[in-house]
Structure formats: C-alpha cells, structure tokens
Design a protein around this ligand. Structure first.
Ligand code: HEM
Length: 147
C-alpha cells in the first residue's frame, strides 16, 4: 500500500548510488557508536576513522548492507522469503560480536542517510514506512541470536 510506494519511490534514486549513500549511513553509525568500528578487524589499526571508512573491505561491507536493503525493497510484498537468509545473516553477526541492541543505532543511521539524501522528501510517513521495513529485517536477523 502507501508504505510500499513511499519506500520504492525513494529507493529508486538512492539505490542507483548505493555505496556513497551507504558510506553516509556508516559514517553516522561510527559517529554514534565508535566501538562498532573495532568489530571490523581489517580496520583495527587505522585512524583517523575517515581512513577506515575508505578501505576496500569496509566499502565491501557497505555494499553488502545496501544489497540487503535493496533485496528487502524488492521483496516488500513477500519479505518472508528472506527469513532464512536474514536469520543466517544474524548468526554471522552474532559470530563477529555484534549486539542486537546496535541495530537500533544502525536504524537511526539509516534514517539519517535518508534525511540527508531526500531533503524535503523526508516526511513523517516516509520515515515511518522505512522504520517499519527496517524493523522487520532486524527482527528476522535477531532470530539468529536465539538459542
Ligand atoms: C558481514 C559487521 C550491520 C550485512 C559482516 C562482517 C562484519 C560485519 C565484521 C564480516 C566481514 C565482512 O563481510 O565484511 C557489521 C556491523 C554492523 C553490521 C558492526 C552494525 C552493527 C549489517 C547490516 C546488514 C549487514 C545492518 C544488512 C542489513 C552484512 C552482510 C555480510 C556482513 C550481507 C556478509 C555475510 C556473509 O559473508 O555471508 N558484517 N555488520 N551488516 N554484513 Fe554486517
């Protein structure tokens, strides 16, 4: 319905430039929670933060994240088909030391990126639509922590 239109409409332009938008999102994330940078082992010895953010491995991860978001947007009508994939993705993140609480900060960073890139297009309903979808994705990933 309306939520899906808002998400698809805004992703149409953003999705064409995934990496730069993902970099905005993760720069925000590390500003809000700098300790997360240590979970990326390949970034352990770099400073300032800006150097880490431009390393190829980091950009690789940013690309992976944006592709997952892209998959979620493409599967708005049948998000359940991503369940197993997202559960396994959650397991991998538990293994690298991510806490499920950090996903809230990732969500904030996603909204921040949307706000930066959409400007006036970033409305209350659009924000809520994205938050709803993100919450479903993170809920599925978080099941990977169970047991
Ligand atoms: C893999 C960290 C959030 C998608 C990884 C890896 C690390 C990591 C260390 C393994 C190394 C690598 O592949 O680069 C984090 C941290 C996050 C975060 C610290 C924030 C708390 C996310 C989110 C998504 C995501 C929100 C997507 C919605 C992926 C994917 C992989 C990955 C697709 C590759 C998994 C595979 O190898 O099959 N992440 N991640 N990550 N991450 Fe994240």
């Amino acid at each position: 319905e309306k939520d899906k239109e808002l998400i698809r409409g805004s992703w149409e332009s953003l999705g064409k430039n995934k990496v730069p938008h993902g970099v905005v999102m993760f720069s925000r994330l590390f500003e809000l929670e700098p300790a997360l940078l240590n979970l990326f082992h390949y970034n352990r010895n770099c400073s300032p933060t800006q150097d880490c953010l431009s390393s190829p491995e980091f950009l690789d991860h940013v690309t992976k994240v944006m592709l997952v978001i892209d998959a979620a947007v493409s599967h708005l009508d049948d998000l359940h088909t991503l369940e197993d994939f997202l559960l396994n993705l959650g397991k991998k993140h538990q293994a690298v030391g991510v806490n499920t609480q950090s996903f809230a900060v990732v969500g904030e960073s996603l909204l921040y990126m949307l706000q930066c890139s959409l400007g006036h297009g970033y409305t209350g309903p659009l924000r809520q639509a994205w938050l709803n979808m993100y919450t479903l994705v993170v809920a599925a990933m978080s099941r990977g922590w169970a047991k």
